[in-house]
Design a protein around this ligand. Structure first.
Ligand SMILES: [Zn+2]
Length: 152
């Protein structure tokens, strides 16, 4: 199957993300750049509301509607990540397949790359009859547990 080069180059930096916009013929407006810059700076998953608040705290001139429209456009094109979390949409800069660690006390979601052993994937395939091409795992835990504090 023919795959255009556009979808094969992974987005690993803010520059890659901006390049992808241009390749797709998306205009890189100031507002669009603000959003991408923020997501690459913070390394977190943020809601549209949080993105709006943080940009305005930084003195960036951007309206609600612009934030929502840009997030929609960027996530539709897989330039940024969009996840559903507690009936809310969160956005992150990592558009490649990855897993998440959910911190239950700080409510943060961290990106992590986990590779399952081949035997586990085969087991899932045997149980379901579906051939697995990709996966994402959600881990849950506490950031400020006594176990973690021993390490400091
Ligand atoms: Zn993520």
């Amino acid at each position: 199957m023919y795959k255009p080069a556009i979808s094969t180059k992974p987005i690993r930096s803010l520059e890659d993300a901006l390049d992808r916009c241009q390749m797709l013929g998306m205009r890189v407006s100031r507002q669009r750049r603000f959003i991408l810059e923020l997501l690459w700076q913070v390394n977190e998953h943020l809601s549209a509301r949080e993105i709006y608040d943080r940009l305005n705290q930084q003195g960036k001139d951007i309206g609600h509607t612009s934030v929502y429209q840009n997030l929609e456009a960027l996530s539709t094109q897989d330039i940024i990540e969009c996840i559903e979390h507690c009936n809310c949409r969160l956005y992150g800069h990592n558009s490649e397949m990855h897993s998440h660690v959910n911190s239950l006390d700080t409510n943060k979601i961290l990106d992590v790359h986990v590779e399952l052993p081949e035997s586990v994937i085969r087991q899932v395939e045997t149980q379901t009859g579906i051939s697995i091409s990709n996966y994402t795992i959600n881990f849950y835990g506490y950031q400020n547990s006594p176990d973690n504090q021993d390490n400091h």
